[in-house]
Design a protein around this ligand. Structure first.
Ligand SMILES: NC(=O)c1ccc[n+]([C@@H]2O[C@H](COP(=O)([O-])OP(=O)(O)OC[C@H]3O[C@@H](n4cnc5c(N)ncnc54)[C@H](O)[C@@H]3O)[C@@H](O)[C@H]2O)c1
Length: 266
């Protein structure tokens, strides 16, 4: 690992993914050094190349569903850099839990994988990082939720079968609000972003647009294209996350910022 003493240190789980690498890139632009943790090291190394190696302090193998692996990554980061200024949890996504299927055809095994990947992992990672942030009396946590956690998965066709995912993401929002309240007096802020439909390692934003048009032809209204005329790019999510992790948002905690290009208006 490289030492970058003067820059804040951000740990990003799922740092090899579209949203995780978007967050890492935005943090680097804001003057951070980042540690990318991912179970897919090839993806994490490719992300580091895109971001620019100078401020990627380390790339660490991590399975966020394995508590020992998460603790090891946090320990390696703190022992090398002496601090963790920010945590962004961006591991997961559709590829991690397999194709969606009818809820009544799924079982506990599917639910457990989804909940472990999208909810328990966030709890585990925050729990592992918090003691260091409390020691520092400062730190920012940014959890990646989803629109599904704000308003459920159905009824739009592309969101059907998202019951357990929606439950996990609603849990992420409630969990983040709770840690925000508990740890605010101790110097730690915690917020979420709730991305709308955005690019991932499975599909680029342009690829999503093509799929959206096909869906629209089959079922009008189902593609949920943003009024801005496109789907989300990793930078869109990265910039929102970096703002919530920055000193420009020091009076914002416990919020869930909807980053959906106006698909959902509250
Ligand atoms: N892309 C979207 O439309 C969208 C919308 C709302 C929410 N989200 C959420 O954003 C987060 C990131 O999704 P994405 O679109 O960047 O997906 P992605 O597939 O591009 O990236 C996910 C990354 O997480 C890693 N990962 C998966 N399981 C892991 C595990 N157990 N341990 C460690 N790493 C693991 C993958 O290797 C990958 O690099 C997910 O939580 C997803 O649910 C995405």
């Amino acid at each position: 690992m490289r030492l970058s003493a003067s820059r804040p240190i951000g740990l990003i789980t799922g740092g090899g993914g579209a949203i995780g690498s978007g967050i890492a890139a935005a943090l680097v632009r804001d003057g951070w050094s980042v540690v990318l943790a991912d179970r897919d090291l090839v993806a994490a190394k490719a992300a580091a190349e895109r971001i620019g190696r100078a401020h990627v302090a380390a790339i660490l193998a991590c399975d966020v569903c394995d508590e020992a692996s998460v603790r090891s990554v946090v320990e390696q980061t703190t022992s090398t850099f002496g601090r963790i200024d920010g945590l962004a949890t961006a591991a997961g996504g559709g590829k991690a839990v397999g194709p969606r299927t009818l809820f009544w055809e799924t079982g506990r095994q599917d639910w457990t994988l989804n909940l472990e990947t999208h909810l328990v992992s966030v709890m585990t990672t925050c729990q592992a990082v918090l003691p260091q942030m409390l020691k520092q009396k400062s730190g920012v946590i940014l959890n990646v939720a989803s629109g599904a956690g704000l308003r459920g998965g159905p009824p739009m066709s592309r969101q059907r079968f998202a019951e357990v995912y929606a439950l996990a993401k609603a849990g992420v929002i409630a969990f983040t609000q709770s840690i925000a309240l508990e740890f605010a007096p101790l110097g730690v802020r915690a917020n979420c972003i709730a991305p709308g439909r955005a690019e991932s390692t499975r599909r680029t934003a342009d690829g999503l647009l093509a799929v959206g048009h096909e869906e629209e032809a089959r079922e009008p209204g189902s593609s949920r294209l943003s009024p801005l005329g496109r789907f989300g790019r990793s930078d869109d999510l990265g910039n929102a996350a970096a703002f919530l992790m920055s000193d420009r948002s020091t009076w914002i905690t416990g919020t869930c910022m909807d980053v959906s290009g106006g698909i959902r208006l509250h």
